[in-house]
Design a protein around this ligand. Structure first.
Ligand code: SF4
Ligand code: SF4
Ligand code: FES
Length: 283
């Protein structure tokens, strides 16, 4: 008998055990409800129960609640892909994008509330557009070509690819308002432009087509409603859903504006300079 023939035949494979059915959680979602247009409306928390599903985002959860339980629930969505910035809200107390938040990353019971600092439209819907437009008009967030006639037939000047990339990084801001909602300075100074405004200045300062210089930027951002109002606690950096490099941009613009401010101060005649009073330390 050959060695081959001596081998015992392999036992037939046991049928695979049926995959255990995944247990989905029953979520308890408490939402701050208030309609400022309705004189009878009183702010209150309303709790909904919802069966979680695979890969459920808060966008899906809120739509399920509105379709199946409460058609009066107000919230905003457009792109469902973290691009339009309209779905930002306080998720368990922290600013974030609902369409980019998976329910599996949240506890079974959690809260949703509208972003603070913006005009409330109703429930989770706030008017970030109005705030952003005011900020953009104040910061003049467009390319300023002072000395050039607009000539649509002129050939475009190619931009250095690295510079284009650097501008693109800052241009990824989706104006969601998460940095404003987390900002301590905005709470005490409603006119503060926040990290979103400072980032805009950093973006246009990089752009070679914008002919403004630091003296021009100082006029719009060089005071306490601008970069000198920032307390540097960096909640904006922590909460930005697009991971913009806000802490480095704030530090950089503050340094540049301080240099600009001090440069002007140095040009003032010594007799015109105001001394800075230094208070003695008292025990
Ligand atoms: S800087 Fe970030 S957090 Fe602030 S508005 Fe832009 S994307 Fe949102
Ligand atoms: S670091 Fe400045 S801009 Fe950012 S959250 Fe704090 S105060 Fe606001
Ligand atoms: S729906 Fe557009 S960012 Fe969430």
């Amino acid at each position: 008998m050959t060695q081959e023939a001596q081998k015992t035949p392999a036992a037939p494979a046991a049928p695979a055990a049926p995959a255990a059915k995944k247990q989905h959680r029953m979520l308890k979602i408490s939402i701050l409800r208030y309609n400022p247009q309705d004189p009878d409306s009183v702010p209150h928390m309303q709790t909904y129960e919802l069966q979680e599903s695979d890969s459920m985002t808060l966008f899906i959860a809120l739509n399920d609640l509105r379709n199946e339980q409460d058609p009066t629930l107000q919230f905003d969505f457009v792109c469902r892909a973290g691009i339009c910035g309209s779905c930002a809200m306080l998720i368990n107390g922290k600013p974030g994008l609902a369409c980019r938040t998976l329910t599996k990353d949240l506890p079974t019971e959690f809260t949703l509330a509208p972003l603070p600092a913006f005009e409330l439209i109703g429930d989770l819907s706030v008017n970030t557009g109005k705030w952003m437009r005011n900020m953009s008009e104040r910061m003049e967030t467009w390319v300023h070509m002072k000395n050039e006639e607009i000539d649509l037939r002129r050939k475009e000047v190619p931009m250095d690819p690295q510079l284009a990339e650097d501008i693109y990084v800052l241009d990824r801001c989706v104006e969601c308002g998460c940095c404003i909602a987390g900002c301590g300075t905005v709470r005490v100074r409603p006119d503060f432009i926040g990290a979103v405004g400072i980032n805009k200045i950093a973006r246009f300062r990089l752009d070679p087509r914008d002919e403004r210089n630091d003296a021009d930027y100082y006029e719009v951002v060089g005071d306490e409603s601008g970069v000198f109002g920032c307390m540097s606690l960096l909640a904006c950096h922590d909460f930005c859903p697009k991971d913009l490099p806000l802490k480095t941009q704030i530090a950089f613009i503050r340094r540049k504006m301080a240099e600009q401010g001090m440069g002007n101060y140095d040009k003032v005649l010594p007799t015109q300079k105001k001394s800075i009073p230094i208070k003695p330390i008292t025990q």
